[in-house]
Ligand binder design. Structure first.
Ligand code: GDP
Ligand code: MG
Length: 179
């Protein structure tokens, strides 16, 4: 049987937890190296059953400070239909910035063809917004996606991680069905 593929673009503001998200899905739970700010594209490939997942993190550190301007280019380049938007749910100061960045991305793309996972990361920090609150704060209702799901996560290396299984379950639901 031919393997099915899912291409996933991981975007979000710098410091939100994109690298931690990528690593939590891609490596064994005991070997997560501490992330460095990413200044390019980080990717992992992982096969589960007959599905091959390719996940791409678009970095914003180093020379790619304005990387968010290129999110849409990467989406087209990778032909991804599944987008993970990582938000630092504990950073109340940057929640509006996260909303603006997602809105600009949504405006440039045919959202009705895209599946969106909003990751409300850093749930371990007291006062963090819940996944429902993050969804409400960052996603404008007038952009209709094919499907949207919000998940709360704890992804920091060394912490007991949360939300990884739920994230994968959503990504699995995005895999094109075999005809
Ligand atoms: N407290 C807490 N810190 C986290 C969590 N996830 C990531 N971090 C920290 O947030 C910082 C940025 O994470 P990183 O994955 O590099 O963010 P990126 O810039 O979006 O790739 C790092 O210092 C991480 O250790 C989390 O769930 N809780
Ligand atoms: Mg990174």
């Amino acid at each position: 049987m031919e393997s099915r593929k899912l291409l996933v673009l991981i975007i979000g503001l710098d410091g939100s937890g994109k690298t931690c998200f990528l690593q939590s899905l891609g490596e064994s739970r005991h070997q997560i190296p501490y992330p460095q700010p990413t200044s390019g594209v980080n990717s992992i490939r992982r096969t589960i059953g007959d599905v091959e997942y390719s996940l791409y993190e678009i970095g914003a550190g180093g020379g790619l400070i304005k990387a968010r301007l290129y999110w849409s280019e990467f989406l087209k380049e990778f032909k991804a239909k599944t987008v993970v938007y990582v938000v630092d749910a504990a950073n109340h100061q940057r929640i509006d910035e996260a909303k603006t960045a997602l809105s600009q991305f949504s405006e440039k793309n045919k959202t009705e063809n895209l599946q969106l996972l909003i990751v409300a990361n850093k749930q371990d920090v007291p006062g963090a917004l819940t996944p429902a609150q993050v969804l409400q704060r960052v996603k404008e209702v007038n952009y209709k996606y094919k499907s949207v799901h919000a998940v709360g996560t704890v992804l920091r290396p060394g912490k007991k991680r949360e939300g990884v299984y739920e994230s994968y379950t959503y990504l699995q639901s995005c895999v094109p069905k075999q005809i």
